[in-house]
Design a protein around this ligand. Sequence first.
Ligand SMILES: [Cu+2]
Length: 351
Amino acid sequence: MMKRWQFVKRLAPLMAMMVLVLAACGREDLSTLNPQGPVAEEQFGLMKTAIIIMGLVIVVVFAISFYVIIRFRRRPGDKTIPKQVEGSHKLEIIWTVIPIILLIILGVPTVQSVFNLAKDYRDDPDAVKVIVTSHQYWWEFEYPELGIKTAQELVIPTGKTISIEAKTADVLHSFWIPSLAGKIDTNPGGNVNFMYFSAPKEGVYLGKCAELCGPSHGLMDFKVKSVDPASFDRWSAALQEPVALPSDPAIAAAFESKCLTCHAVGDMGGPAFPNLTGIGSRESVGGILVNVDADDQKYDHEDTVYNNLYKWIKDPESVKPGNLMSNQYDLTEEEIKGIAEYLSELTLDYE
Ligand SMILES: [Cu+2]
């Protein structure tokens, strides 16, 4: 008895910590409890059903327990033995049938949702297809039907079904947009998983990697940006426009020889690393340096974009430990500033 109490006492601070940590998950745009699309709503519906049923069970069990403890407590001088109910058919049927009914109430919508959420829209002509490839520690988004590729920011048209095919370039990651849709793992070994979701409202939704994948796993954020269908068409067209090199020849030379070896802009450079076309109008740099204006919380503040780009190019290791861009080039201060300026002006005009 003593031991058990000490165990509980030791566990209590841990529990308190967990409550705090889990409470931090309630940040608005990273919450499954504030669904912003039909898939997330369906998942939230299941959570509510389960919680209501469990809540009812707790209330009823506790009420009966307290009633019995007080009403039938031993009174002074009472030496009688209470009625023995061992083997009572009536009681055993009641406490078997009630849980079965509760499980059916929970199980039917769960199984329905499992099938509903497993629908395959990969051949649906009305769905927007996106191939998601996870990398340590960034996300690549390819739109095979549109012939475009981007990184860290999945731009989608409102209302359309987005059909995702998810795979990985290295280790196990998991694609998760809490307010729009549940997770899908990206498994090594060439296997491809699929899912779908949609966002009826315009907005920016925070996405996360949900499988521990290395030292910068916790920084492997991305954004889903839903815009009206006309803006989406403008965006995908703008992404295919040719892009000019920096106008200063020295900066252009540095950018070509030190950056385009890995990255692409327009039709220049390599395809294997984040495509930087339109990086100046993205919500973030590297998925984690958010371009928020400190004053009014608006995105895409010019200086913030420049500062974030500068910070990233100067020392990516300090932003995302272990990322594959760290220590891959040498630049002078002038070159860093010039390239950051050039990239901050690499914007797409679509909104
Ligand atoms: Cu991860």
